[in-house]
Design a protein around this ligand. Sequence first.
Ligand code: LHQ
Length: 260
Amino acid sequence: MSEPVILAETRAGVRTLTLNRPDRLNAANDALLLALTEELRAAEADSAVRVVVITGAGRGFCAGQDLGDVSGRAMTFTEHLEHTYNPLIRTIRGLGKPVITAVNGVAAGAGASLALSGDIRLWAESASLIEVFSNIALVPDSGSTWFLPRMVGYSRAFELMALAERVNARDGLRLGLCEHIYPDETFRQDVQTYAERLAARPAHALKLTKQALAAAMSSTLDEALDREAELQQLAGDHWEHEEGVTAFKQKRAPEFVREG
Ligand code: LHQ
């Protein structure tokens, strides 16, 4: 039996999905992309899962499209993206639970887009990111053209895309491509610890927050204010809100994790 392309494990409410083609720096083939999307959908449906972590096995995070894989060539580029990468990125951003991309090594091409797509991006010290597409005369895809300029501005994004320069972890943090850097030796445990902090937060409120931010990224202030007012009603009517207020008054930590 061959190794699964995605390894999945749940610990303390944190579902970790590991891209598992380490000999190719987890370059993506269709099987990996479809399995990852499927796993994300399963995590959405599983009430025991409160946070999802996407990371890579071995020394790479994801080297983008597997350039040796021929299965994608049965389709046009457009069809291939619509069949594999685009549903994956949409699923991550639309997931009703926080997704952490834990970038353990190099993230290149569509792998860079995947690294940027997390709600929270945690990098190991040896992580790096390359908008490598122009090396093979392609256009950045899988969301890079949307994510990167919002993080670093238009001109820096264009430069990174045009020159395909490797961004190391220190520069990644400076540019806002990640929230935190952790030492390689403790990276996996540090990611788990961070994810467990998120898992203890109010899941329903975070789901609505993610929804509000996603919509606000392409809306006017007026629209954002209207949406906040609507979503606040949903949050305020939920037991989590009552628990938060009660805990505050009782001078204790709120308990947002309940069975069932
Ligand atoms: C790989 C790959 C790889 C196969 C490393 N494939 N084997 C495109 C087309 C169609 C539709 C959809 O969208 C896309 C989007 C894209 O993602 S286009 C961009 C595709 N990716 C690339 O062009 C990246 C190619 N890789 C590299 O530039 C380097 O490998 C990076 C900078 C990622 C890492 O460099 P190093 O750390 O020096 O590692 P390496 O080059 O020695 O790679 C290690 C092994 O992994 C090596 O195999 P080998 O048998 O020699 O040990 C590579 O051939 C293999 N590998 N990327 N994408």
